[in-house]
Unconditional design. Structure first.
Ligand SMILES: Nc1ncnc2c1ncn2[C@@H]1O[C@H](COP(=O)(O)OP(=O)(O)OP(=O)(O)O)[C@@H](O)[C@H]1O
Ligand SMILES: [Mg+2]
Length: 144
């Protein structure tokens, strides 16, 4: 599979090839950093990914700092670090433990809040960046 990918997304429907790519590639133990400005569509994409796995997350609040999506095959921790400003926050909220869970896939919104050394070591780390472009979105995928 290619190291990096890029998609033009004009509607939610156009997320399908992105979701397919993620489903084929991601394995337990992987980490995905979701980058993009406020309103870029990070949470929306993650919710659609969970739905594509058959998980009903319609009740998950979009502003929660942690959501867990689980099937019989896979567990996904979805962390939103927007309000995290230091190491102590990361520990006291329990987010550090979720991030360290090797038996899961970890999705991180606002990874800018972390310094590189706070990411778990020896894990595959991918980056998904969403750029707003007029009414459309561009999504970039790469391993980091
Ligand atoms: N692919 C898309 N196509 C059309 N509309 C979208 C798409 N992705 C997101 N949106 C719309 O943009 C709005 C903001 O999306 P979302 O909450 O996912 O952004 P976010 O990147 O998670 O923002 P934040 O940084 O505040 O968490 C949503 O209300 C959603 O309807
Ligand atoms: Mg969000």
């Amino acid at each position: 599979m290619a190291m990096s990918e890029q998609w033009l997304v004009k509607s939610v429907k156009d997320l399908d090839p992105v979701l397919k790519h993620m489903k084929e590639l991601l394995k337990v133990g992987d980490i995905v950093l979701f980058r993009g400005e406020v309103g870029a569509g990070k949470t929306t994409l993650i919710n659609h990914f969970a739905k594509a796995l058959g998980i009903d997350n319609s009740n998950s609040p979009t502003f929660a700092i942690h959501n867990l999506y689980q099937t019989s095959d896979v567990k996904i921790h979805h962390l939103d670090l927007y309000r995290i400003s230091n190491e102590e926050d990361l520990e006291s909220t329990g987010l550090a433990d979720f991030m360290a869970d090797k038996n899961s896939i970890v999705f991180i919104e606002w990874p800018e809040r972390l310094v590189k050394s706070q990411l778990p070591r020896q894990r595959r780390v991918f980056e998904l960046s969403i750029k707003l472009k007029n009414d459309d979105r561009e999504i970039f995928w790469r391993e980091v």
